[in-house]
Design a protein around this ligand. Structure first.
Ligand code: AMP
Length: 498
């Protein structure tokens, strides 16, 4: 049987004339329009030499044609590799060197940087002006025979940063994506009548898979926003029935004095994830709108793992029980399941769990237990209701505005700077971003490095969401008896009022 995710989407297309994407101040794109464009793009990719299993790396703005490109990759059996739009040359060189894409697609304004990093790949442009990819697609047939895929074949590779500072490519199969999408549509009660307000980026699991797949598998519509803007979202919410967001969306909405029921009464479901939603935000949102945000938990490697219920108690500070078909266990250092209520490492098993890390068989083995469970790296506990409560991240990952920053990557860059002895990067609570990247630097005696110089140097090298918001100079770093920097202590000190 063909397990191509695109075949599953095709089964759920309502009337081809039905709207799929509504772009404010832009077109209404029907399911038929999207299908025809994705078929043409699939032909163009095949013409460019792409064969089943080849990678197509994509760093584009969130234009609606980028969705057609994603679907084109699926139906042509290609492996979609989305990249954060903030990634700069050094990062791109690493991804392209590792994944060896056949084709790289980027906006025209990025062409110079991308082409310089792309090695032997064919580089094609795609943005709101059009681009070479669409030029090549034009006039090609509006039908395309979906390439058969096995459930275990790769549909996408999403890079997650590694704690060593090296990103790992999570290999996601058609089974991984399809099983998770079907579970979510069911769990969140998606139907054709839904209108999903989509303001998330589409290079990340949340906006790309969770949001888009729910809409496509229920034949519903998406209000397609290029980015989150609180005023625009407030203006559009009366036309939506569901919104998905990172916690930052919700803190920004409740910060608007005029935000309330006028905008939200027609919305049946607000979903939050990618980072912890503060209980304070949850309660404030309920006070203002009468609605309880549904918080769920997942990660790039596994898709969604747990979700608060659609019907039933949504508990602030918890991420709900495991989704149907997904198993979760919480284990201690010894690998044995902990007592209910005790904190341990969260492990997951199910059809949603990644096939492995691209080119890293050893790393893949390390991240799975001998009996086949994936180690999430998150710490949590069971509540008496059987919900998961996440208490922290084992590896000091920083999540800022819903995006992951691994301290090690930033520390290595700072340490390489002239005049730096060593550094530590931590996340400090931030009302808007959730966490703010903060660097502590031990400089060489007599060196006059400034905060502004460090920030400017990093901005030229890496995506700005990773650049520290604040740089503090210290005489030394707190270390434990094993010589490890005590980040928890550092965070406490930095967060304390001066
Ligand atoms: P990513 O792979 O970028 O989706 O990041 C996954 C990580 O985000 C998880 O391992 C968690 O640490 C964190 N995360 C995702 N959702 C939640 C949530 N609802 N509450 C707390 N942490 C979350």
């Amino acid at each position: 049987m063909d397990a191509n995710l695109h075949t599953l989407f095709a089964k759920h297309v309502p009337d081809p004339a039905a709207a799929c994407l509504i772009v404010p101040n832009g077109p209404v794109v029907s399911y038929g329009d999207l299908d025809a464009l994705s078929a043409r793009i699939a032909h163009a990719l095949v013409d460019a030499g792409c064969r089943a299993g080849d990678r197509v790396a994509v760093q584009t703005e969130k234009h609606w044609t980028a969705l057609a490109l994603y679907l084109a990759c699926l139906r042509a059996g290609l492996v979609y590799l989305p990249l954060n739009t903030g990634y700069q040359r050094a990062e791109l060189e690493y991804f392209f060197g590792d994944a060896q894409p056949r084709v790289v697609v980027c906006g025209a304004e990025r062409l110079g940087v991308v082409a310089a990093a792309a090695r032997g790949a064919t580089v094609l442009t795609l943005d709101h002006h059009g681009g070479e990819l669409l030029d090549r697609a034009e006039g090609r047939p509006s039908g395309f025979d979906t390439v058969r895929r096995d459930a275990d074949d790769l549909a996408a590779i999403l890079y997650t940063s590694g704690t060593t500072g090296r990103s790992k490519g999570a290999m996601l199969t058609h089974r991984n994506l399809a099983s998770n999408a079907l579970a979510l549509v069911q769990a969140w009660g998606f139907t054709r009548g839904d209108v999903l307000l989509h303001a998330l980026p589409i290079y990340h699991v949340h906006g790309l898979f969770v949001a888009i797949h729910c809409a496509l598998l229920s034949g519903s519509r998406m209000l397609w926003l290029p980015k989150f803007d609180a005023h625009e979202v407030m203006a559009l919410l009366p036309k939506a029935t569901v919104m998905m967001g990172v916690p930052t969306f919700y803190t920004r909405l409740v910060a608007e004095p005029s935000f309330g029921r006028t905008q939200t009464d027609g919305v049946r479901l607000f979903v939050s994830g990618s980072a912890p939603l503060l209980a304070e935000t949850f309660h404030e949102f309920e006070t203002r709108t009468g609605q309880r945000i549904l918080e769920r938990y997942g990660m790039t490697e596994t898709g969604m793992i747990t979700s608060n219920p659609l019907d039933g108690a949504r508990l602030a500070g918890t991420v709900g029980p495991p989704l149907p078909g997904v198993s979760v266990r919480i284990v201690g250092e010894d690998g044995a399941t902990v007592e209910p209520g005790a904190v341990g490492g969260i492990q997951v098993r199910g059809p949603n769990v990644l096939k492995g890390y691209w080119n890293l068989p050893e790393k893949t083995r390390e991240e799975f237990t001998a009996d086949g469970w994936f180690k999430t790296g998150d710490m949590g506990r069971w509540t008496p209701e059987g919900y998961v409560e996440i208490v922290g991240r084992a590896k000091d990952l920083i999540i800022t505005g819903g995006l992951n920053v691994y301290p090690k990557e930033i520390e290595e860059r700072i340490d390489a700077m002239d005049g730096v002895v060593e550094s530590a990067v931590v996340g400090l609570p931030h009302p808007d971003f959730g966490e703010a990247v903060t660097a502590v630097i031990v400089a060489r005696p007599g060196h006059r490095l400034t905060e502004a110089q460090v920030i400017a140097a990093l901005k030229a090298e890496i995506a700005s969401f990773k650049v520290p918001k604040r740089v503090v100079f210290a005489v030394d770093l707190p270390r434990n008896s094993m010589g490890k920097v005590m980040k928890a202590e550092l965070r406490r000190k930095l967060a304390a009022p001066a």
